[in-house]
Design a protein around this ligand. Structure first.
Ligand code: DX5
Ligand code: ZN
Length: 232
């Protein structure tokens, strides 16, 4: 319902960012290419260090492997402490967008500048209960704001409904202060939640389980998600 509602109110451009966290890593290149053929706009890569979040996933080598597999933008979500120590390595590996968590970087302003100076787009991510005020202050330095709609660390979790209100606040600030900044939502996005997230203000939808382990094949899953998101 919500998706239909938003489609009537305002035409929206929604980008779909499959998260490789839910893919078959034994066939990573194939899975990325399948997502690209199916119309994915961006490839989302979740980097976890076992400290900022409980889980450990991947490093720059896998970003490099994705870079070889596709020309789509690589959207690298750093769930690591002191991300400033690794920003350069991920940029060199081929990240187009580098997103750091506000909770993980003490000198955030400097970290965001470091990302841009390294030639990547700078993103800022917030956990579900982190006060939003930091986004308002950081907006001039941002190309992307990511609101996590689950507690980050694992795929396959349920969307936290309070994220919708947070998306609305960020959308308003973004429209006023930096219209170029994209708004991304990450966690629990599927055909039941995508429409509401877009109606609330999200433009870039990260989806892991619903794309790679969804009801159908990757192509059908991405198509279903896009329809649910745009009311098409
Ligand atoms: C969660 C990650 C997400 C994750 C989303 O910590 O940041 O990108 O892959 O997975 P789903 O879509 O399964 O919730
Ligand atoms: Zn992510």
């Amino acid at each position: 319902m919500a998706a239909t509602f938003v489609a009537i109110l305002r035409p929206v451009t929604v980008l779909i960012a499959p998260s490789i966290l839910a893919s078959d890593f034994g066939r990573l290149a194939e899975q990325v290419q399948e997502a690209e053929r199916a119309g994915a706009d961006v490839i989302h890569i979740d980097v976890m260090d076992g400290r900022f979040v409980p889980n450990i996933t991947i490093g720059p080598l896998i970003v490099e492997a994705c870079r070889r597999a596709t020309d789509l933008p690589l959207d690298v979500h750093l769930m690591i402490v002191e991300p400033e120590r690794h920003v350069e390595a991920f940029a060199v590996a081929g990240a187009d967008w580098l997103t750091v968590h506000a909770e993980a970087s003490t000198h955030l302003h400097r970290t965001l500048q470091l990302i841009r100076n390294g030639g990547a787009k700078a993103g800022l991510a917030l956990n579900p209960l982190t006060p939003l005020a930091v986004v308002r202050g950081a907006l001039p330095e941002l190309d992307l704001t990511l609101l996590t709609s689950v507690n980050p660390g694992f795929g396959g979790q349920s969307f936290i409904p309070a994220t919708l209100e947070r998306l609305g606040v960020v959308r308003e600030w973004r429209d006023q202060l930096n219209p170029e900044c994209r708004i991304e939502v990450d966690g629990g996005i599927n055909i039941d939640t995508a429409g509401a997230a877009v109606a609330a203000g999200a433009e870039l939808l990260v989806a892991g389980s619903s794309v790679f382990n969804g009801r159908s094949g990757i192509a059908q899953n991405i198509g279903d998600l896009r329809r649910a998101a745009t009311g098409g």
